[in-house]
Design a binder for this molecule. Structure first.
Ligand SMILES: Nc1ncnc2c1ncn2[C@@H]1O[C@H](COP(=O)(O)OS(=O)(=O)O)[C@@H](OP(=O)(O)O)[C@H]1O
Length: 336
């Protein structure tokens, strides 16, 4: 395993890896330390720069994840784990809420018990002194529901040994890129995306956190018949949520009646989740996620790429896509 340190741009007064910024706040002792929360914005302003990424096996990741890599790789999966796997901005939050609603048998109040980031430990998440994703998962009673954005080749090896369930959600590359661009603009914990034109290059070259969309999607797709995996598409959930939620229910071994299913469809709609403080990230401090110009729950549509891609960019993207996805049987819808 080659860990490669990358450079850092700008004048950082404080090394990034000593900052413990609650991008994924955990209601632990640190949260009660209000003075720590107050200090954070100033630390970031002092740094005057966004973090740059480091790499594991040539996949760009956040520095804190790379620092914690041996713990992540040593994670011990269990046969009754369910791992939600996605490339960023592919509908992670959406499928988390669907899975939780199924798990809680449509009990809306139980799904309000805590914010969505806390319900399913994020495996590669690390920001000491808060407990890491691995530590949170280790404390969770089985059967556990976990989540990751890792590409197949970086998944902790124990997952392949225990034959647990994987629930992968894929989203078409164009909408994913648009969503990721806006997210990087508002998320101070990720590198500045630059202009849309610059981001087009970063995304298509896999120079974004968690690496290449193309390799991620191909990697998981190729494994789908070799393990217990339900592979879903964001666009299908959008087109026919009831049908796709039923598939998730079956995969989870749950048998819920029609009225419960109706509730889940209703409660996991974009409009409901956008208005729900437990799913819309409104509790994340503004100096981390500045939603004043753009919401985390932004549009939730298929085809928003048409509002961003120029004709030339679209042609170029299609050409790159053909080359990178050559030989793969996966097919995406880019409009409904
Ligand atoms: N219920 C529902 N219906 C439709 N779309 C939804 C829903 N919930 C989240 N979203 C949209 O998913 C995008 C965020 O993706 P992720 O949750 O994977 O983001 S993250 O990687 O966890 O940061 C982001 O997409 P964009 O709106 O295109 O930016 C969210 O709006």
């Amino acid at each position: 395993m080659g860990l490669c340190s990358c450079h850092r741009e700008g004048t950082a007064l404080i090394p990034w890896n000593v900052l413990s910024v609650p991008t994924d706040p955990w209601p632990g002792p640190w949260a009660a330390d209000f003075s720590w929360n107050l200090k954070l914005p100033f630390l970031i302003i002092e740094m005057g720069t966004r973090p740059t990424l480091r790499e594991v096996e040539r996949i760009p990741l956040q520095a804190s994840t790379v620092d914690n890599w041996s713990q992540i790789q040593g994670f011990e999966a269990r046969p009754d784990d369910l791992l939600i796997c996605t490339y960023p901005k592919s509908g992670t939050t959406w499928i988390q809420e669907i899975v939780d609603m199924i798990e809680q048998q449509g009990d809306v109040e139980k799904c309000q018990r805590t914010i969505i980031q806390h319900r399913h430990p994020f495996l590669e998440w690390a920001r000491p002194p808060q407990p890491s994703g691995v530590e949170k998962a280790n404390l969770m009673p089985p059967p556990r529901i976990l989540r990751t954005h890792l590409p197949v080749q970086l998944l902790p090896p124990s997952f392949w040994e225990v034959n647990c369930k994987f629930l992968y959600v894929a989203r078409n590359a164009k909408d994913c890129m648009v969503s990721y661009y806006h997210f990087q603009r508002i998320n101070q914990m990720l590198p500045d995306p630059g202009t849309w034109e610059e981001y087009f290059e970063s995304f298509t070259n896999g120079k974004v956190s968690w690496g290449s969309w193309y390799d991620h999607v191909k990697g998981w797709w190729e494994l789908k018949d070799k393990c217990q995996m339900l592979f879903l598409f964001y666009e299908d959930i959008k087109r026919d949520p009831r049908h796709e939620i039923q598939k998730v229910m079956q995969f989870m071994g749950k048998n819920l009646d029609e009225t419960v299913l109706d509730t889940i469809v209703e409660e996991t709609s974009f409009e409901k989740m956008k208005a729900n403080p437990m799913t819309n990230r409104s509790t994340v401090p503004r100096f981390i996620l500045d939603q004043s110009t753009c919401s985390f729950m932004r549009k939730g549509t298929v085809g928003d790429w048409k509002n961003h891609f120029t004709v030339v960019q679209n042609e170029r993207f299609d050409e790159i896509y053909r080359k990178k996805m050559e030989g793969s049987s996966i097919h995406f819808c880019t409009e409904l």
